[in-house]
Design a protein around this ligand. Structure first.
Ligand SMILES: NC(=O)CC[C@H](N)C(=O)O
Length: 340
């Protein structure tokens, strides 16, 4: 099938669901083919072991709320989830503490600054601003009720596993590499403590946060995890209700405003979906009521977002008619995929 054929089929599909399965298969394959040759960006190296990632890796997965999978490329290659874990830990904490507590104790506004900014805390009187930057993610992990750091870690691992529909394992090498070099996150946690923003031990909390970032996932896992948020909290593969529909709504609102850090505005303008990226090269983008996209490609832009992942999501958001703000599908005048 040519690009134009699949696009016209996608354009005729109803707007409340993904297009027919074969069309989605074809569009995912085309997206992979279009961006597999893009070599812009650089693999993250501030966590030493991430620099060893193979920059040629590229996987794209779509999972619908019907549980159907549509995939191309390296969708079974494992990588550490990194910041994408923040989205799902936020959901677990929202489920426990509710809408209001998260807004009051962490916040839901973009900092406009990089994910590991220290000055963002100082500029906001010690408020971590939102759960998608490191300060806010550490504060969010600390809110998960548990009697000890070990129990908190087990709750994170168990919760994220239920989103993925399988037991997620810690990548020990990534954990050790980050634990040896995460002085900045430890400083951020201490600063939070100095502002009376942490009720539990800062260094133990950073350790749980470092572990959560080192959970190994695949692009397919990300799509299932995102599809659970798209499906009102029910994992469409296992059928388990992981969190409530209200929690999904709240989590997705934060992903829309803060999921791609200081580039969240560019992302929303071009792609129009709540999403979360991570420095190992993963992206999850969620189309509420329809499904989710999981992408993996390690080369990143300056903000730490996968370059191929962003371009493929831009293409698929338009081709599959997923942009939340669009009243009609991709128009003829917009054949060029936006530059993200
Ligand atoms: N943007 C990211 O993925 C950052 C996560 C990483 N573990 C960190 O704390 O720096």
């Amino acid at each position: 099938m040519f690009d134009e054929d699949v696009l016209s089929i996608a354009q005729r599909a109803s707007t409340g669901a993904l297009p027919p399965g074969r069309t989605v298969d074809e569009l995912v394959r085309l997206a992979h083919e279009r961006y597999a040759g893009v070599d812009d960006g650089a693999v993250a190296d501030y966590i030493p072991v991430l620099a060893e990632a193979d920059p040629r890796r590229f996987g794209l997965a779509v999972v619908g709320v019907d549980g159907e999978r549509h995939e191309a490329g390296d969708t079974d290659v494992a990588f550490s989830i990194q910041s994408i874990s923040k989205a799902f830990v936020l959901a677990l904490v929202c489920e426990e503490l509710g809408h209001r507590a998260v807004r009051e104790r962490v916040g839901v506004n973009n900092t406009g600054l990089p994910f590991n900014s220290v000055i963002a805390l100082e500029l906001n009187a010690g408020s971590p601003s939102n759960p998608m930057v490191n300060a806010g993610a550490i504060a969010t992990t600390a809110l998960l009720p548990a009697a000890s750091a070990e129990e908190r870690w087990e709750r994170v691992r168990d919760g994220l596993s239920r989103f993925a529909g399988r037991d997620l394992e810690l990548d020990e090498t990534v954990y050790v590499s980050e634990a040896e070099t995460n002085q900045r996150n430890r400083a951020i946690a201490k600063l939070l403590q100095s502002y009376d923003r942490l009720d539990v031990d800062p260094l133990e909390t950073v350790d749980v946060y470092t572990r959560q970032c080192a959970l190994a996932v695949t692009a397919h896992d990300l799509a299932v995890m995102g599809a659970t948020l798209a499906d009102g909290g029910t994992n469409p593969v296992t059928g388990e209700q992981v969190v409530s529909a209200e929690v999904c709504r709240d989590t997705l609102a934060v992903l829309a405003s803060c999921g791609l850090y200081e580039r969240s505005g560019d992302w929303l303008f071009e792609i129009g979906l709540p999403a979360k990226s991570g420095v190992s090269g993963g992206i999850v983008a969620v189309a509420p009521g329809k499904g989710a996209l999981g992408a993996y490609s390690p080369r990143l832009d300056a903000a730490g977002n996968s370059v191929r992942g962003q371009r493929a999501c831009a293409y698929l958001s338009r081709a599959l008619g997923l942009n939340l703000f669009a009243s009609s599908r991709w128009s003829a005048s917009e054949q060029e995929t936006p530059h993200v």
